[in-house]
Design a binder for this molecule. Structure first.
Ligand code: DC
Length: 228
């Protein structure tokens, strides 16, 4: 049986990252966090003083940064121009700016091409992939073996994001997380290119009342069901 390609999409804070890592770890697959690539691009734009409210300026420079993703689900991370920026890309300045950078078509074209290349490379090495994002099932990998659309209600998502923030930086407010998630969801869902959307052939999982292990089980069950 060829190694599976699994696409996991959903809004911010729905538990996509923990779920995707957990599935990749259990099944021995590569883990591709596409949000980290959009964040790394945004981090680079901010570090180089590019006006992220000017889509033409962002488009003109989006081919410059060298973005490398580590795809081991136990030790994922991202570097830009050789520097590890895995922690920096989680900063509030990046979270506030990333949706505007991710809405620029040239940015998406560049990152989608490298996401597809990563799947091809993994396939050539006999490895399957779990790829998480917003447009994986709809645009990046329309022929994925399994597509999951993971949701959770708004309070659960804000709570999760606030506790991740406080683990990372010692402070995390639910009100701030709620405001950032709402703003990003609105931008991510209404942008012209590749908006956040459930693919017609995706399986929806609502994780609000499930533990992480239960969500991981649900994804793996769906894979086995789908593949008979
Ligand atoms: O999953 P995340 O919160 O790290 O994603 C960061 C931002 O990147 C999010 O606001 C939307 C954008 N994104 C995207 O547009 N397409 C993807 N495939 C993944 C993320």
């Amino acid at each position: 049986m060829p190694r599976p390609i699994i696409a996991i999409d959903g809004p911010s804070g729905s538990g996509k990252s923990s779920t995707s890592r957990g599935v990749a770890e259990r099944l021995g697959l590569s883990y591709v966090d596409t949000g980290a690539m959009y964040r790394a691009m945004t981090w680079w734009m901010l570090a180089h003083g590019v006006d992220i409210d000017d889509p033409r300026a962002v488009a003109a420079r989006c081919h410059e940064p060298v973005i490398e993703l580590r795809v081991d689900p136990i030790a994922p991370g991202v570097s830009v121009d050789g520097d590890d920026v895995s922690a920096d890309i989680r900063a509030a300045e990046v979270a506030d700016a990333v949706s505007r950078v991710a809405a620029v078509p040239e940015v998406r074209a560049r990152l989608v091409a490298s996401q597809r290349a990563m799947v091809d490379d993994a396939g050539a090495a006999g490895r399957g992939v779990v790829m998480e994002g917003r447009d994986i099932g709809t645009v990046v990998l329309p022929r994925a073996d399994l597509k999951i659309y993971l949701t959770a209600d708004a309070d659960a998502r804000a709570q999760r994001r606030a506790s991740e923030d406080s683990e990372r930086s010692g402070t995390g407010s639910i009100t701030a997380a709620q405001a950032n998630l709402q703003a990003r969801d609105a931008l991510d869902s209404t942008r012209a290119v590749s908006p956040l959307q459930q693919a017609s052939d995706a399986i929806a999982i609502d994780g609000t009342h499930l533990t992480l292990d239960e969500v991981i089980d649900a994804v793996i069950d769906a894979l086995h069901r789908d593949r008979g």
